[in-house]
Design a protein. Structure first.
Length: 57
């Protein structure tokens, strides 16, 4: 199975006060909470990637 890792600026951007050029170095859950992503996201799927136990067409 292929691991999926989106570009850092997908979830670290101005919508949550995160700077992808200098991402936070959080070591606690409280630190991460301030950067939790709350905006809408669009995911692109590619052939052959498995999600939820079933292969995509």
């Amino acid at each position: 199975m292929t691991a999926v890792k989106p570009p850092l600026d997908t979830f670290c951007n101005s919508s949550n006060g995160c700077n992808a050029g200098s991402p936070p170095q959080c070591t606690t859950e409280d630190c991460y909470k301030q950067y939790w992503y709350h905006a809408n996201a669009t995911l692109a799927c590619r052939r052959g990637i498995r999600t939820g136990g079933s292969a995509l067409p």
